[in-house]
Design a protein. Structure first.
Length: 238
């Protein structure tokens, strides 16, 4: 398995996975999701099957990971039994950090358009986990270190880290770079905003519209590949 897929999986397991023990005493990792497309993508990189369970509201898809080497690696990175509230932010090589964050985002993150504003966030029962996540995003995704509102949900053991427009754009640009596995419906929200709403919000017209179209095509690439004139424009609007 590619390194970037392992770290994506690690992030997703932190969000929607759990460490279990079989009746014979063997540890395995189980992932549960209601997103069928996501379950299929994960099963492909794992080379395992998906089990569907019908529920009253939605079908539930589970994937069991029995590969001993992979299970031991996930455990070494902080996956443990009954981890809720005890999540330990793992050490991740910089080259794979955005894959890890994207995995967690696809499991316990959100992105939405509200009144033509692009908003995003993460949820976790462990406050320190989100503080470390915010730190890494400020260092590596170009998000201001003071951005991101951290709140505790009322009457539940859950903290939420929320980002507004500019930080969300930078977050998405960062996590989707070099991405070949992701939750499509979340990325589609970001793409919808960048294609349909941002140009209207910025009143982009005429020749500026052509420039915007080219900037859009570069959003997932290296920022240094954008011509200096367009880079300055991008800095102003984002």
């Amino acid at each position: 398995m590619k390194s970037k897929h392992k770290y994506y999986l690690l992030g997703y397991v932190f969000a929607d996975g759990c460490l279990c023990t079989s009746t014979k005493g063997y540890d395995f990792v189980q992932i549960a999701t209601v997103d069928r497309e996501m379950a299929i993508k994960l099963s492909h990189i794992l080379g395992t099957k998906v089990t569907r369970t019908k529920t009253k509201w939605k079908d539930r898809y589970t994937i069991d990971i029995w590969n001993r080497e992979l299970v031991d690696w996930l455990k070494s990175k902080g996956i443990e039994k009954r981890k809720t509230g005890k999540e330990k932010y793992p050490e991740v090589e910089l080259v794979d950090l955005h894959h890890f964050i994207r995995g967690y985002f696809d499991g316990d993150g959100m992105v939405t358009i509200f009144k033509k504003l692009l908003l995003s966030g993460f949820a976790c029962a462990n406050k320190d986990f989100l503080l470390n996540l915010r730190r890494d995003l400020s260092y590596h995704a170009g998000i201001c270190k003071d951005s991101g509102t951290l709140l505790k949900e009322n009457n539940v053991n859950c903290y939420k880290l929320r980002y507004a427009i500019r930080s969300t754009i930078r977050l998405c640009r960062y996590i989707y770079n070099d991405a070949d596995i992701f939750m499509k419906r979340k990325k589609d929200v970001y793409l919808k905003y960048m294609k349909d709403i941002a140009p209207q919000r910025l009143c982009v017209q005429g020749r500026a519209g052509n420039r915007w179209a080219k900037i859009k095509s570069e959003l997932y690439g290296d920022i240094k590949s954008i011509p200096i004139e367009e880079y300055q424009y991008l800095k102003r609007i984002l």
